[in-house]
Design a protein around this ligand. Structure first.
Ligand SMILES: N[C@@H](CCC[C@H](NC(=O)CCC(=O)O)C(=O)O)C(=O)O
Ligand SMILES: [Zn+2]
Ligand SMILES: [Zn+2]
Length: 396
């Protein structure tokens, strides 16, 4: 295997069926490749009650000096119905100049490009004047409990200190060079559990329908925008993802109803201030009179789901400058600096060092027939190589 060929590396990675949280041979493949390239490779496994053990990888080249980390994941989402794929999702077939396979863009392609870029850089310039590491988890697409967050602490206890991190998630909406992610919105999920009184639909006065309260609470949650957005962030947004009673009968008023929602929020809120605002809205909805005239406020409980994350953005500096210049030099395009979209493992890395994200075009991520144009994979490899050169030049 040519360690400077991103196409061969990506094919090898896609052929490992690492559906989250299975390792599927992907980290073993990557570890062997990096070992041959002179990296010191460790493969810690993390576990915690209530979750499956997960394999991870940390690999470092160079013993001292400025430390640049490339972070990502080899786990992939399930392929779904195989009938929706034109090719085997784990065969890495090339059709019309595109490689098809689960993980092609999210994000085995990013990993393949960075390995190849580093290999090319070293062959042209000799070893970098400092350290390059790979921080790769097998638990990003899953609960993300036994992955990056623990791998960062594991590395820290071994004395690893990072100066900057690039995450190779697919950040470009349409074309390579569109967008660098310089931060992410926060994410907070919750359930409102409403308790009513079961009864016959024809005798609603003898029951207390929790769905009426649920509608009023949903209305209060959505009543007004949370904010207008900021220069760096989109407006915060609340989405109700489910309203459930578990009731299959058309003539029974259920006893209970739950509303599930998620908020993606900007830095005008902390997790605490947002929780307080949402709790006030739930209380207002529970007390609303229109759908439950003459009744006492509905009995409800607001349950926060595990591990919310706050919004963050990385301050402009050498890291962003090196990547913008590398993208411009390679593609002739000036990337937009954005915090849009979902969250990522950068939310954990930001507590250790400045972090930004740049990878392939994400249009087919999580879809059937996920694929990457080979020319784009080579283009990303060129950008990463230019970035490595510029980042170490700036830290010489
Ligand atoms: N499953 C994990 C993390 C969920 C992260 C997920 N991120 C994306 O879908 C990335 C898409 C993009 O880059 O815009 C999300 O935002 O929900 C967990 O829940 O811990
Ligand atoms: Zn991803
Ligand atoms: Zn994903």
């Amino acid at each position: 295997m040519d360690p400077t060929d991103p196409v061969a590396i990506l094919a090898g990675l896609i052929r490992c069926p690492s559906v989250t949280p299975r390792e599927g041979g992907a980290l073993a493949f990557l570890g062997a490749l990096l070992s041959r390239e002179g990296f010191e490779v460790a493969r810690p496994v993390f576990e915690e009650a209530g979750s499956e053990p997960v394999e991870n990888l940390f690999a470092r080249s160079g013993g001292e000096g400025p430390h640049l980390v490339f972070a990502g994941h080899t786990d992939v989402v399930p392929p779904g119905d195989l009938g929706d794929w034109s090719r085997d999702p784990f065969a890495a077939e090339i059709v019309d100049g595109e490689m098809i396979g689960r993980g092609a863009v999210d994000m085995k392609g990013g990993i393949a490009a960075f390995v190849a870029a580093h290999g090319r850089y070293v062959r042209k310039n000799g070893a970098q004047k400092g350290r390059v590491s790979f921080l790769i988890t097998g638990d990003e697409e899953g609960p993300a409990v036994n992955g990056t967050v623990k791998l960062l602490d594991w590395a820290k206890t071994r004395g690893e200190r990072f100066d900057a991190c690039l995450v190779g998630e697919p950040t470009n909406p349409d074309a390579l060079g569109d967008m660098i992610k310089i931060g992410r919105r926060g994410s907070l999920s919750a359930e409102v559990r409403i308790t009513g009184r079961q009864g016959h639909v024809a005798y609603p006065h003898l029951a207390d329908n929790p769905v009426r309260a649920a509608v009023a609470i949903a209305d209060a949650l959505l009543a007004s925008p949370l904010d207008e957005g900021t220069e760096t962030f989109q407006p915060s947004n609340l989405e109700i993802t489910a309203i459930e009673t578990g009731n299959a009968s058309v003539n029974v008023i259920p006893a209970r109803c739950s509303i599930f929602f998620n908020v993606r929020f900007n830095d005008t809120w902390s997790v605490e201030t947002l929780k307080a605002e949402l709790a006030a809205r739930v209380e207002r909805g529970a007390a609303a009179d229109r759908l439950r005239p003459g009744r006492a406020p509905a009995s409800c409980e607001l349950l926060w789901r595990e591990r919310p994350s706050a919004a963050f953005s990385t301050r402009p500096g050498a890291l962003t400058e090196a990547l913008v210049a590398a993208v411009e030099e390679t593609t002739g395009r000036r990337p937009q600096l954005s915090t849009s979209g979902g969250t990522s493992d950068a939310r954990f890395i930001k507590d250790h060092c400045p972090v930004i994200e740049f990878g392939l075009v994400g249009r087919t991520m999580h879809m059937s027939n996920e694929r990457v144009a080979l020319s784009e994979l080579q283009g990303l490899t060129d950008i990463y190589e230019a970035f490595i050169a510029r980042w170490f030049a700036a830290h010489a």
